[in-house]
Write a new protein. Structure first.
Length: 318
């Protein structure tokens, strides 16, 4: 078994690649929005995973995990996560807001890790979760005021499912992320296709497939090949080459690019309240990523203040 030697410092080329990955993931929400104009949400998701699985499953080795783990991950990550996201956006959640709301998976993962895996959360992480969920709750109220309560709650359910999938993956032995994504993509297509027929009706599904055009193909190719096969594969490679603390902060660019590209390509403009909630969520995400550095800084400041107090008391003595 070969091991990739991990480098200590991020190179300029690696930083550019990580920025590109974040851009691909951010733009993905705009592409989903456009793709939903060609397909009903569950059919779109089924086709996306079909492209993720075939023909790559014949070339990528199967991860060394049980069939049960592969199946359960395929159901949670492949069906629940993206069904919630795609249907939520179909119900009217803007692409930029969806890109931001899905980052709630970070906060759900922290909470689930604490209660399911008995992982300890630092005070800064706890504060970041409180700020993050507070901002998301405010976002739900804002979206409800413009008639998309159901949509934003569906997107949030996708984020919760993503958090559950993260906990499931933490229990797995070390696996190649690209191989895992390819093989779990075998699970969702048939169930999602059948659900689409049951919910949308065969006539709607058949009409969407008959009207298959270059725009629909581009949306499927982007979400399946670029956003999943390329981006997840490269992200996993970066995590193997460099420390997590160097790679993880680039995930903060995903909602930034999501909001920016939604503004540029779809003309989405956030209200002041949405902007404030967005900033609060990004701050909470940043605090979670850099919580150790923040705690060290606060501790050093506390020690310095205590030293100053001790010195001042020493000179105050008669």
């Amino acid at each position: 078994m070969t091991h990739i030697r991990q480098e200590n410092e991020l190179t300029f080329g690696a930083a550019c690649l990580l920025t590109l990955i974040a851009f691909v993931w951010g733009l993905n929400f705009v592409v989903i929005h456009l793709g939903l104009g060609h397909f009903p949400p569950l059919l779109f998701s089924a086709l996306r995973f079909l492209v993720c699985a075939c023909p790559w499953v014949f070339f990528v080795p199967r991860p060394q995990i049980s069939a049960g783990a592969l199946l359960s991950l395929g159901v949670v990550l492949g069906i629940f996560v993206f069904a919630g996201l795609f249907i939520g956006m179909y119900e009217g959640v803007p692409a930029g807001i969806a890109s931001l709301t899905m980052q709630a998976q970070v906060f759900f993962t922290i909470l689930l890790g604490r209660f399911v895996l008995s992982e300890r959360s630092s005070p800064v992480q706890i504060v970041s979760v409180i700020i993050g969920f507070g901002a998301i709750f405010w976002m739900i109220i804002i979206q409800g005021a413009i008639g998309t309560y159901a949509g934003i709650l569906l997107v949030l359910s996708g984020a919760l499912s993503w958090g559950i999938a993260n906990i499931m993956m933490k229990r797995l032995p070390p696996v190649n992320m690209l191989g895992l994504m390819v093989w779990i993509s075998l699970v969702p297509p048939i169930p999602l296709f059948l659900l689409s027929i049951g919910i949308d009706g065969w006539s709607t599904v058949a009409a969407s497939l008959r009207a298959f055009d270059l725009g629909g193909f581009a949306a499927i190719a982007y979400t399946g090949l670029l956003s999943t096969i390329f981006a997840y594969g490269m992200w996993g490679s970066m995590l193997q080459r460099f420390p997590t603390t160097a790679v993880a902060p680039f995930a903060l660019l995903v909602p930034v690019f999501g909001l920016l590209t939604a503004y540029l390509f779809l003309g989405e403009r956030d209200t002041i309240a949405q902007f404030e909630a967005s900033v609060a969520i990004i701050i909470a995400l940043a605090a979670n990523i850099w919580h150790r550095k923040i705690e060290k800084l606060l501790l050093s400041r506390k020690k310095a203040d205590m030293a100053d107090i001790s010195i001042s008391r020493k000179y105050e003595r008669p």
